[in-house]
Structures are given as C-alpha cells and as structure tokens.
Design a protein around this ligand. Structure first.
Ligand SMILES: *Cc1c(COP(=O)(O)O)cnc(C)c1O
Length: 208
C-alpha cells in the first residue's frame, strides 16, 4: 500500500476514513491489517462498530453533537473534533458511566474558509484555562487536529500545517500532553507529513 509505505519514515499513523463505505470494504481493510478507522457520523459508526471485529479502533473525526456522545463513549478510540468544554463535560460523564477514559484532540481552525470547524487561539486559551477542565477525570487530552484550506496552493497548505505544528510544539513545551497531531487528508497528506503530522486521516485515496 503506497500510503502505508510513505508513512513509515515519519512514524505516522494512518486512520482510514471509512465514512459512507460499505461494511465489505471496511472488512477488506481490516483483513489487510488496517485497524484504525475513522467515521464522522455517530449512527454510522455505531452500526459499523456492532458489525465488525472488536479489534477495530474507531476514530470520531467529524463534529460530535453533545447529545450523541453517549452512543460512542463505550468504545471510541479517539475523538479528533473537540472544540468546547460543554462537549468535554458530556464526554467525561459518559466515559465515567462506561468505566473508561476517552482520549481526545482539540480541533483547531487553520483554514481560510469560514466553514471549517475548529478553535481559534483565543478559544483554545479559554478552553485550556477553563477551571472545569482539570476536574474532568474521564477524558484525556492527547493533541491537536486541523484541516487545511482546500486549495491547489501547496505553499498555503504547508503554511497552515506548519503553523499548527508550531502550536503543538509550543503547547508541549508548556507542559500539555501533546502526543498526536492529526492533519492530512487524501489531497494533502504528503504536505502534512512534511510539516510534522503524526496522524493522517485518509478516505478517498484509499477506498475507491
Ligand atoms: C472525510 C474526512 C476525511 C477524509 O477525507 P478524504 O479527502 O476522503 O481523504 C478526513 N478528515 C475529516 C475530518 C473528514 O471529514
């Protein structure tokens, strides 16, 4: 697999984004040893999780509505898309019920498009300084996630990814547990790796 080979020198992890793909395609990926799968809709993830081996590590990559956190809390491997303390409170509550800790990434807004989700610097600081945060014992900060602008301009994409890597390093220096930097999709995963990504989320380039 070309992408897998390219990832090796970077020690980066591949999340195969399997949203909208039928179970048979997911099973093929699993049979080929690809156990990290990403979905962006709760109901779809829940249905696929029930139908596939329990060895799969499920990544929530899309916006997670608070009232749906309970459905994935018992099994989700990593939530990439946290951008509010309110969602963290709910995830914490549901993780406690399920008797586990849920690892999560904070999603940063790095693209120029208004539509892309994520926190800006002020939002990040506010969240990290929220007095509630240290009281949430069943969620665990692991790093950051970001999506670059959809553009042909490689220099711009690289600048956005590099900016996120710099922030990741700054937070690490400041003592935050920064282990995973989730950036890179089908169209820009190579630029993301060059900029210091540790986890790429690739869908269409893998499944077709
Ligand atoms: C769909 C999606 C991906 C994968 O996109 P491709 O372009 O198919 O690789 C990655 N990350 C997020 C957040 C997505 O929603």
């Amino acid at each position: 697999m070309r992408i897998k080979n390219r990832l090796e020198p970077y020690a980066a992890q591949l999340v195969a984004v399997s949203k909208f793909r039928p179970l048979a395609q997911l099973q093929e990926a699993i049979d080929a040893g690809q156990l990290h799968l990403g979905e962006n809709r709760v109901q779809e993830m829940v249905e696929k999780q029930a139908a596939l081996p329990s060895t799969v590590c499920w990544h929530q990559i899309g916006t997670l509505q608070r009232n749906k956190a309970k459905y994935i809390a018992p099994f989700v491997h990593l939530v990439h898309s946290v951008e509010s303390i309110a969602l963290l409170q709910e995830l914490d509550k549901q993780a406690a019920k399920a008797g586990r800790r849920i690892p999560y990434l904070l999603q940063m807004h790095i693209a120029q498009e208004e539509t892309k989700q994520g926190l800006d610097r002020t939002g990040l600081e506010t969240l990290l300084q929220d007095p509630l945060l240290p009281t949430l014992q069943h969620v665990e900060l692991r790093g950051l996630m970001g999506m670059a602008t959809q553009t042909e301009d490689a220099a711009q994409i690289t600048a956005e990814f590099t900016g996120l890597r710099v922030l990741f390093d700054e937070l690490q220096q400041a003592g935050y547990p920064m282990h995973t930097l989730s950036m890179g999709m089908s169209n820009d995963w190579e630029l993301a790796l060059e900029a210091g990504s540790t986890m790429v989320r690739v869908g269409s380039a893998l499944f077709s």
